[in-house]
Design a protein around this ligand. Structure first.
Ligand code: AHM
Ligand code: MG
Length: 334
Protein backbone atom coordinates (compact mmCIF):
# COMPACT_ATOMS: atom_id res chain seq x y z
CA UNK A 1 0.00 0.00 0.00
CA UNK A 2 1.29 3.50 -0.82
CA UNK A 3 2.01 5.50 2.30
CA UNK A 4 0.15 8.81 2.37
CA UNK A 5 1.55 11.63 4.46
CA UNK A 6 -0.89 14.32 5.49
CA UNK A 7 -0.04 18.01 5.93
CA UNK A 8 -0.38 17.59 9.70
CA UNK A 9 2.05 14.65 9.78
CA UNK A 10 4.48 16.48 7.49
CA UNK A 11 4.50 19.56 9.73
CA UNK A 12 5.25 17.45 12.81
CA UNK A 13 8.00 15.57 10.98
CA UNK A 14 9.64 18.80 9.74
CA UNK A 15 9.23 20.64 13.05
CA UNK A 16 12.98 21.11 13.34
CA UNK A 17 13.04 23.12 10.09
CA UNK A 18 10.76 25.73 11.58
CA UNK A 19 12.39 28.84 12.91
CA UNK A 20 12.22 29.05 16.71
CA UNK A 21 10.66 25.57 16.64
CA UNK A 22 8.31 25.56 19.58
CA UNK A 23 5.29 24.34 17.72
CA UNK A 24 3.52 27.71 17.39
CA UNK A 25 4.23 28.14 13.69
CA UNK A 26 3.19 24.54 13.02
CA UNK A 27 -0.08 25.19 14.76
CA UNK A 28 -0.60 28.39 12.79
CA UNK A 29 -0.10 26.51 9.52
CA UNK A 30 -2.46 23.82 10.72
CA UNK A 31 -5.13 26.47 11.48
CA UNK A 32 -4.72 27.93 7.97
CA UNK A 33 -5.03 24.41 6.48
CA UNK A 34 -8.30 23.84 8.34
CA UNK A 35 -9.82 27.14 7.18
CA UNK A 36 -8.68 26.33 3.63
CA UNK A 37 -10.70 23.11 3.67
CA UNK A 38 -13.83 24.98 4.75
CA UNK A 39 -13.32 27.64 2.06
CA UNK A 40 -12.70 24.89 -0.49
CA UNK A 41 -16.06 23.34 0.34
CA UNK A 42 -17.84 26.62 -0.37
CA UNK A 43 -15.80 27.40 -3.51
CA UNK A 44 -16.77 23.98 -4.87
CA UNK A 45 -20.44 24.83 -4.37
CA UNK A 46 -20.18 28.20 -6.14
CA UNK A 47 -21.92 26.87 -9.28
CA UNK A 48 -24.97 25.96 -7.21
CA UNK A 49 -25.76 29.61 -6.71
CA UNK A 50 -29.14 29.32 -8.44
CA UNK A 51 -30.13 26.61 -6.01
CA UNK A 52 -28.50 27.96 -2.85
CA UNK A 53 -29.10 31.67 -3.44
CA UNK A 54 -27.19 34.68 -4.80
CA UNK A 55 -24.78 36.67 -2.65
CA UNK A 56 -26.77 39.31 -0.79
CA UNK A 57 -29.99 37.25 -0.76
CA UNK A 58 -31.34 34.87 1.89
CA UNK A 59 -30.80 31.13 1.45
CA UNK A 60 -33.43 28.52 2.16
CA UNK A 61 -32.40 28.35 5.81
CA UNK A 62 -33.10 32.09 6.03
CA UNK A 63 -29.36 32.91 6.34
CA UNK A 64 -27.82 35.79 4.39
CA UNK A 65 -25.65 34.43 1.56
CA UNK A 66 -22.23 36.08 1.62
CA UNK A 67 -19.98 36.80 -1.30
CA UNK A 68 -17.31 34.12 -1.36
CA UNK A 69 -14.42 36.48 -0.74
CA UNK A 70 -16.19 37.81 2.35
CA UNK A 71 -16.94 34.24 3.43
CA UNK A 72 -13.29 33.22 2.93
CA UNK A 73 -12.11 36.27 4.88
CA UNK A 74 -14.41 35.40 7.79
CA UNK A 75 -13.21 31.78 7.84
CA UNK A 76 -9.50 32.60 7.90
CA UNK A 77 -9.96 35.34 10.50
CA UNK A 78 -11.99 33.11 12.75
CA UNK A 79 -9.48 30.21 12.45
CA UNK A 80 -6.61 32.55 13.28
CA UNK A 81 -8.52 34.20 16.11
CA UNK A 82 -9.41 30.96 17.81
CA UNK A 83 -6.05 29.27 17.12
CA UNK A 84 -4.21 31.51 19.60
CA UNK A 85 -0.90 31.78 17.68
CA UNK A 86 -1.56 35.01 15.79
CA UNK A 87 -1.81 38.50 17.33
CA UNK A 88 -2.56 40.55 14.21
CA UNK A 89 -4.05 40.02 10.75
CA UNK A 90 -3.73 42.22 7.66
CA UNK A 91 -6.24 41.20 5.01
CA UNK A 92 -7.03 42.45 1.52
CA UNK A 93 -10.66 42.57 2.61
CA UNK A 94 -10.10 44.91 5.57
CA UNK A 95 -9.02 48.51 5.32
CA UNK A 96 -7.24 48.36 8.68
CA UNK A 97 -5.35 45.61 10.51
CA UNK A 98 -7.26 43.30 12.85
CA UNK A 99 -5.80 43.07 16.34
CA UNK A 100 -6.52 39.88 18.22
CA UNK A 101 -6.83 40.88 21.81
CA UNK A 102 -7.97 37.70 23.53
CA UNK A 103 -6.05 36.51 26.58
CA UNK A 104 -4.23 33.78 24.62
CA UNK A 105 -3.53 35.71 21.41
CA UNK A 106 -2.44 39.08 22.74
CA UNK A 107 1.12 37.88 23.35
CA UNK A 108 1.26 35.49 20.40
CA UNK A 109 4.41 35.78 18.27
CA UNK A 110 3.03 35.77 14.78
CA UNK A 111 1.34 38.09 12.32
CA UNK A 112 -0.51 36.91 9.24
CA UNK A 113 -1.06 38.91 6.05
CA UNK A 114 -3.63 37.30 3.79
CA UNK A 115 -5.52 37.63 0.55
CA UNK A 116 -8.38 35.28 1.42
CA UNK A 117 -9.70 34.78 -2.13
CA UNK A 118 -7.57 36.15 -4.91
CA UNK A 119 -8.96 36.33 -8.44
CA UNK A 120 -12.49 36.10 -7.08
CA UNK A 121 -13.97 37.51 -10.31
CA UNK A 122 -13.12 34.06 -11.76
CA UNK A 123 -15.55 32.32 -9.41
CA UNK A 124 -18.61 33.01 -11.55
CA UNK A 125 -17.03 31.26 -14.53
CA UNK A 126 -15.67 28.20 -12.71
CA UNK A 127 -12.02 29.13 -13.09
CA UNK A 128 -9.32 28.60 -10.46
CA UNK A 129 -8.95 31.04 -7.57
CA UNK A 130 -6.50 31.14 -4.69
CA UNK A 131 -5.65 32.17 -1.14
CA UNK A 132 -2.26 33.75 -0.45
CA UNK A 133 -0.74 34.10 3.02
CA UNK A 134 2.39 35.44 4.59
CA UNK A 135 3.63 34.96 8.14
CA UNK A 136 5.91 37.32 10.08
CA UNK A 137 7.24 37.33 13.59
CA UNK A 138 6.02 40.39 15.45
CA UNK A 139 8.59 43.12 16.09
CA UNK A 140 7.37 44.12 19.56
CA UNK A 141 8.00 41.61 22.35
CA UNK A 142 4.55 41.46 23.94
CA UNK A 143 1.33 43.34 24.59
CA UNK A 144 -1.06 44.48 21.88
CA UNK A 145 0.38 44.14 18.39
CA UNK A 146 0.18 47.23 16.17
CA UNK A 147 0.08 48.05 12.48
CA UNK A 148 3.85 48.81 12.57
CA UNK A 149 4.45 45.14 13.38
CA UNK A 150 3.23 44.14 9.93
CA UNK A 151 5.20 46.73 7.97
CA UNK A 152 8.15 44.42 7.41
CA UNK A 153 10.08 43.65 4.26
CA UNK A 154 9.45 40.41 2.39
CA UNK A 155 12.88 39.11 3.43
CA UNK A 156 11.61 39.01 7.01
CA UNK A 157 8.85 36.50 6.27
CA UNK A 158 9.13 33.28 8.28
CA UNK A 159 6.66 31.37 6.14
CA UNK A 160 4.39 31.91 3.16
CA UNK A 161 2.00 29.86 1.13
CA UNK A 162 -0.92 29.68 -1.20
CA UNK A 163 -3.93 27.50 -1.70
CA UNK A 164 -5.13 26.97 -5.24
CA UNK A 165 -8.75 25.94 -5.66
CA UNK A 166 -8.41 24.44 -9.12
CA UNK A 167 -9.21 21.17 -10.84
CA UNK A 168 -7.81 19.85 -7.59
CA UNK A 169 -7.13 21.90 -4.47
CA UNK A 170 -3.55 22.30 -3.36
CA UNK A 171 -1.73 23.96 -0.49
CA UNK A 172 1.85 25.00 -1.24
CA UNK A 173 4.11 26.56 1.38
CA UNK A 174 7.63 27.38 2.43
CA UNK A 175 9.31 28.13 5.73
CA UNK A 176 12.54 29.01 3.96
CA UNK A 177 13.67 25.41 3.44
CA UNK A 178 12.34 24.78 -0.05
CA UNK A 179 8.77 24.51 -1.25
CA UNK A 180 6.39 21.62 -0.72
CA UNK A 181 2.94 21.00 -2.13
CA UNK A 182 -0.05 19.08 -0.73
CA UNK A 183 -3.13 18.02 -2.67
CA UNK A 184 -6.50 17.82 -0.96
CA UNK A 185 -7.96 14.33 -1.10
CA UNK A 186 -11.68 15.09 -0.78
CA UNK A 187 -12.49 11.49 0.13
CA UNK A 188 -10.54 11.73 3.41
CA UNK A 189 -10.61 15.54 3.79
CA UNK A 190 -6.83 15.81 4.15
CA UNK A 191 -4.09 17.68 2.31
CA UNK A 192 -1.69 14.90 1.22
CA UNK A 193 2.00 15.39 0.48
CA UNK A 194 2.14 15.25 -3.32
CA UNK A 195 4.76 17.72 -4.62
CA UNK A 196 8.05 17.44 -2.72
CA UNK A 197 10.70 20.12 -3.12
CA UNK A 198 9.03 22.05 -5.96
CA UNK A 199 11.48 23.68 -8.37
CA UNK A 200 10.87 26.56 -10.75
CA UNK A 201 12.35 25.60 -14.14
CA UNK A 202 15.31 27.92 -14.82
CA UNK A 203 13.77 28.90 -18.13
CA UNK A 204 10.47 28.35 -19.86
CA UNK A 205 8.20 29.05 -22.77
CA UNK A 206 5.15 30.71 -21.21
CA UNK A 207 4.50 34.37 -20.61
CA UNK A 208 1.49 35.55 -18.65
CA UNK A 209 0.31 39.14 -18.65
CA UNK A 210 -2.83 41.03 -19.53
CA UNK A 211 -2.04 42.04 -23.11
CA UNK A 212 -5.21 44.12 -23.24
CA UNK A 213 -3.25 46.77 -21.35
CA UNK A 214 -0.51 46.83 -24.03
CA UNK A 215 -0.76 50.51 -24.98
CA UNK A 216 -0.23 51.50 -21.36
CA UNK A 217 2.73 49.21 -20.68
CA UNK A 218 6.17 50.70 -19.98
CA UNK A 219 8.39 50.62 -23.08
CA UNK A 220 10.57 47.85 -21.58
CA UNK A 221 7.57 45.52 -21.22
CA UNK A 222 6.39 46.27 -24.78
CA UNK A 223 9.85 45.43 -26.11
CA UNK A 224 10.08 42.26 -23.99
CA UNK A 225 6.68 41.15 -25.25
CA UNK A 226 7.84 41.54 -28.84
CA UNK A 227 10.97 39.54 -27.92
CA UNK A 228 8.70 36.72 -26.63
CA UNK A 229 6.78 36.69 -29.91
CA UNK A 230 9.70 36.71 -32.35
CA UNK A 231 10.73 33.42 -33.96
CA UNK A 232 14.15 32.11 -32.86
CA UNK A 233 14.90 28.36 -32.87
CA UNK A 234 17.87 28.57 -30.53
CA UNK A 235 15.89 30.15 -27.68
CA UNK A 236 12.71 28.21 -28.42
CA UNK A 237 10.72 31.30 -29.43
CA UNK A 238 8.03 32.32 -30.05
CA UNK A 239 6.88 31.61 -26.51
CA UNK A 240 3.33 30.64 -25.58
CA UNK A 241 0.89 33.11 -24.04
CA UNK A 242 -1.16 31.87 -21.05
CA UNK A 243 -3.14 34.22 -18.82
CA UNK A 244 -5.80 33.01 -16.42
CA UNK A 245 -6.27 36.26 -14.52
CA UNK A 246 -5.79 34.46 -11.21
CA UNK A 247 -2.28 35.20 -10.07
CA UNK A 248 -1.96 32.07 -7.95
CA UNK A 249 -3.05 29.84 -10.83
CA UNK A 250 -0.81 31.59 -13.36
CA UNK A 251 2.23 31.34 -11.08
CA UNK A 252 1.45 27.77 -10.00
CA UNK A 253 1.31 26.67 -13.64
CA UNK A 254 4.52 28.51 -14.46
CA UNK A 255 6.25 26.90 -11.46
CA UNK A 256 5.45 23.47 -12.88
CA UNK A 257 5.99 24.22 -16.58
CA UNK A 258 8.40 27.19 -16.59
CA UNK A 259 7.36 30.73 -17.40
CA UNK A 260 7.09 34.37 -16.41
CA UNK A 261 4.17 36.33 -14.93
CA UNK A 262 4.19 40.11 -15.28
CA UNK A 263 1.82 42.71 -13.89
CA UNK A 264 3.51 45.99 -14.77
CA UNK A 265 2.40 49.56 -14.18
CA UNK A 266 -0.48 50.65 -16.44
CA UNK A 267 -2.40 53.89 -16.97
CA UNK A 268 -5.18 52.80 -14.60
CA UNK A 269 -2.68 51.34 -12.09
CA UNK A 270 0.34 53.66 -12.21
CA UNK A 271 1.91 51.88 -9.20
CA UNK A 272 0.96 48.40 -10.44
CA UNK A 273 -2.23 46.57 -9.46
CA UNK A 274 -1.03 43.81 -7.18
CA UNK A 275 -0.43 44.27 -3.46
CA UNK A 276 3.02 43.92 -1.97
CA UNK A 277 2.21 42.65 1.52
CA UNK A 278 -0.26 39.82 0.94
CA UNK A 279 0.12 39.03 -2.77
CA UNK A 280 3.61 39.78 -4.09
CA UNK A 281 5.86 39.16 -1.07
CA UNK A 282 4.49 35.71 -0.20
CA UNK A 283 4.57 34.58 -3.83
CA UNK A 284 8.09 36.02 -4.23
CA UNK A 285 9.25 34.05 -1.15
CA UNK A 286 7.82 30.81 -2.54
CA UNK A 287 9.14 31.41 -6.05
CA UNK A 288 12.65 32.26 -4.80
CA UNK A 289 12.63 29.22 -2.53
CA UNK A 290 11.82 27.15 -5.61
CA UNK A 291 14.78 28.67 -7.50
CA UNK A 292 12.86 31.36 -9.40
CA UNK A 293 13.13 35.16 -9.32
CA UNK A 294 10.78 38.02 -8.39
CA UNK A 295 11.43 41.74 -8.97
CA UNK A 296 9.55 44.95 -9.73
CA UNK A 297 11.48 45.13 -13.01
CA UNK A 298 14.51 46.67 -11.31
CA UNK A 299 14.64 45.61 -7.65
CA UNK A 300 14.00 42.41 -5.75
CA UNK A 301 10.39 42.34 -4.49
CA UNK A 302 11.37 41.06 -1.04
CA UNK A 303 13.78 43.98 -0.51
CA UNK A 304 11.16 46.68 -1.13
CA UNK A 305 10.34 49.00 1.77
CA UNK A 306 6.83 48.52 3.14
CA UNK A 307 5.02 51.73 4.07
CA UNK A 308 1.41 50.60 4.21
CA UNK A 309 -0.50 47.35 4.21
CA UNK A 310 -2.33 47.84 0.90
CA UNK A 311 0.73 49.12 -0.98
CA UNK A 312 0.93 48.14 -4.66
CA UNK A 313 3.88 47.17 -6.81
CA UNK A 314 4.59 46.10 -10.36
CA UNK A 315 5.83 42.49 -10.46
CA UNK A 316 7.98 40.32 -12.75
CA UNK A 317 8.05 36.80 -11.33
CA UNK A 318 8.95 33.34 -12.52
CA UNK A 319 11.75 31.41 -14.21
CA UNK A 320 15.08 33.05 -13.43
CA UNK A 321 16.32 33.40 -17.02
CA UNK A 322 13.03 34.86 -18.25
CA UNK A 323 12.75 37.42 -15.44
CA UNK A 324 16.37 38.48 -15.96
CA UNK A 325 15.71 38.94 -19.68
CA UNK A 326 12.64 41.09 -18.97
CA UNK A 327 14.73 43.17 -16.55
CA UNK A 328 17.31 43.78 -19.30
CA UNK A 329 14.56 45.30 -21.45
CA UNK A 330 13.30 47.35 -18.49
CA UNK A 331 16.70 48.83 -17.73
CA UNK A 332 17.32 49.61 -21.39
CA UNK A 333 13.94 51.11 -22.32
CA UNK A 334 12.02 52.09 -19.17
P1 AHM B 1 -8.10 40.73 -6.83
O1 AHM B 1 -7.21 40.71 -5.60
O2 AHM B 1 -9.03 41.89 -6.83
O3 AHM B 1 -8.76 39.40 -7.05
O4 AHM B 1 -7.13 41.03 -8.06
C1 AHM B 1 -5.95 40.29 -8.22
C2 AHM B 1 -6.00 39.55 -9.52
C3 AHM B 1 -4.84 38.61 -9.72
O5 AHM B 1 -5.10 37.33 -9.26
C4 AHM B 1 -4.70 38.62 -11.20
O6 AHM B 1 -3.42 38.28 -11.60
C5 AHM B 1 -5.05 40.03 -11.57
O7 AHM B 1 -5.91 40.49 -10.55
C6 AHM B 1 -5.74 40.13 -12.88
O8 AHM B 1 -5.98 41.46 -13.17
P2 AHM B 1 -6.50 41.93 -14.60
O9 AHM B 1 -7.92 41.50 -14.70
O10 AHM B 1 -6.31 43.41 -14.57
O11 AHM B 1 -5.61 41.28 -15.64
MG1 MG C 1 -6.08 39.81 -4.50
Amino acid sequence: MTKVMTLGQFIIERQAEFPYAKGELSRLLRDIGIAAKIVNREVNKAGLVDILGEAGTMNVQGEAVKKLDVYANDQFISALQSGGECCLIASEENEDVIQINSEVSRNAKYIVAIDPLDGSSNIDVNVAVGTIFSIYRRKTESGPCTKEDVLQKGVDQVAAGYIIYGSSTMLVYTTGHGVNGFTLDPSIGEFCFSHPNMQFPKSGKMYSLNEGNYVHFPEGVKKYLKYCQVEDKETNRPYTSRYIGSMVADIHRNMIKGGIFIYPTTASSPKGKLRLVYECNPLAFIVEQAGGRATNGFKRIMDLEVHEIHQRTPIFIGSEDMVKKAEEFMSEYS
